[in-house]
Design a protein around this ligand. Structure first.
Ligand SMILES: Cc1cc2nc3c(=O)[nH]c(=O)nc-3n(C[C@H](O)[C@H](O)[C@H](O)COP(=O)(O)OP(=O)(O)OC[C@H]3O[C@@H](n4cnc5c(N)ncnc54)[C@H](O)[C@@H]3O)c2cc1C
Length: 364
């Protein structure tokens, strides 16, 4: 069994992998290397929606496992208080800016303007949808890992000796470069993964989001919107209320390439203001609340596979990868961490059926 495991990437996939590896009964020494700070990328800037059964056949087993793990981690580590875990009702609502209907629609939360709504549907119930605050989840799960060593430094390459045998990971630390020795390496670097593993082709798009303070508790309803603006454009922001704020995100763009580090992601405040303007149609809380954060991050996705890439890297010994979770990494990250720990420490994946996510099946 491997004794020294290095995980690259402190997003939800990396921290979940480190958590489950560090709690494995074989008790390996686990080191996590993160270039910026824990949850510096999409894992700190996502909405945090969890859905039990919205996933295609390739990821449904992983998603069911991960949904269960989210609930059990929340139970075990007081996630309701520490990272805002709660069950949600999830609605889709169509609205029209400036519309004034008198129709009262059942099930619409009291903080949403009834008079602009043209259609309401239910997407999920408290049995099938839930939420976490993703950054707080990642930061807490790191604290709850068992003897985990966290290094803040940029991993520059997987180090192999002349016989192509794994030595470890080369890391830039301040002005120094060092090899962190490892028997097994897990690359969970989200959209940056291809820079360390060129055969794993992960594409990326930037997305902007905002959080807005509320002075009152907001009900546990997530909203998928379709809003017809006065200008004629149709926008589809997603809205996730949390205990003390409301999160909203807009659409994606390809205007700025992925920077070297997550902390250097460029935020276009104009795009954030656009999100605020659009969601203001839906609620006074969003129109009048204090804007806490305007932010951007990059979504990692595979253009050639059916979902994330999880498993051993073809052509490399003792190097595993877990990446490309697209818009479901918060939901499926903990399940991914669990199956990665099984693959490495038990020799095979036991808790989910994810054969079609094996990187060997769809590398370029
Ligand atoms: C706007 C938006 C909203 C979203 N909402 C949801 C949602 O509601 N529910 C859901 O399930 N998913 C959601 N997602 C998707 C989710 O955020 C991602 O799938 C998930 O965060 C990906 O996690 P990750 O750990 O793979 O990557 P990341 O979060 O990108 O983490 C990768 C980490 O690796 C580090 N790293 C990279 N290269 C190196 C290196 N060479 N050395 C050391 N460290 C390195 C980075 O600094 C980063 O911290 C959303 C995404 C976006 C963009």
């Amino acid at each position: 069994m491997p004794q020294r495991i290095v995980v690259i990437g402190g997003g939800i996939v990396g921290v979940s992998s480190a958590y489950f590896l560090s709690h494995h009964p074989t008790n390996p020494a686990v080191t996590l290397i993160e270039a910026s700070s824990i949850a510096a990328g999409a894992s700190g800037k996502a909405g945090g929606l969890l859905a039990l059964d919205w996933h295609g056949s390739d990821t449904s087993s992983l998603a069911k496992l991960s949904y269960r793990i989210h609930a059990s981690l929340a139970e075990k580590h007081n996630g309701r208080e520490r990272w805002g875990y709660r069950e949600l009702d999830t609605l889709e609502i169509s609205c029209e800016e400036g519309k004034k209907t008198n129709k009262q629609r059942a099930g619409v939360p009291n903080w949403v303007h009834q008079n602009v709504i043209t259609k309401v549907g239910t997407l999920g119930s408290q049995q099938s949808t839930a939420q976490v605050h993703p950054r707080r989840f990642c930061e807490t799960i790191i604290q709850e890992s068992n003897n985990l060593d966290v290094i803040i430094g940029h991993a520059t390459r997987i180090a192999l000796d002349d016989n192509e045998t794994l030595q470890g990971v080369e890391v830039e630390l301040d002005n120094d470069t060092k090899i962190i020795e490892a028997d097994v390496v897990v690359v969970a670097a989200g959209p940056w993964t291809t820079r360390l593993l060129p055969s794993i082709v992960i594409s990326t798009q930037r997305a902007h989001s905002v959080t807005i303070s509320t002075n009152e508790p907001v009900s546990a309803h997530a909203l998928f919107t379709n809003i017809k603006m006065k200008s004629g454009s149709v926008v589809t922001p997603e809205i996730y209320p949390r205990a003390d704020e409301i999160y909203a995100c807009g659409d994606v763009d390809n205007k700025v390439p992925l920077p070297k580090l997550a902390k250097d992601v460029q935020v276009d405040e104009g795009r954030c203001r656009e999100v605020i303007k659009n969601v203001s149609v839906v609620s006074d809380l969003l129109e009048n609340g204090k804007v806490n954060v305007m932010q951007a991050c990059y979504l990692p996705y595979s253009e050639i596979g059916p979902g994330p890439s999880i498993g051993w890297v073809p052509g490399m010994k003792n190097v595993a990868v877990a990446t490309g979770h697209s818009c479901w990494g918060i939901c499926n990250g903990p399940g991914t961490g669990k199956v990665i720990s099984e693959l490495i420490c038990d020799g095979k994946i036991l808790s989910a059926t994810i054969d079609t996510l094996d990187p060997a099946r769809y590398i370029k």
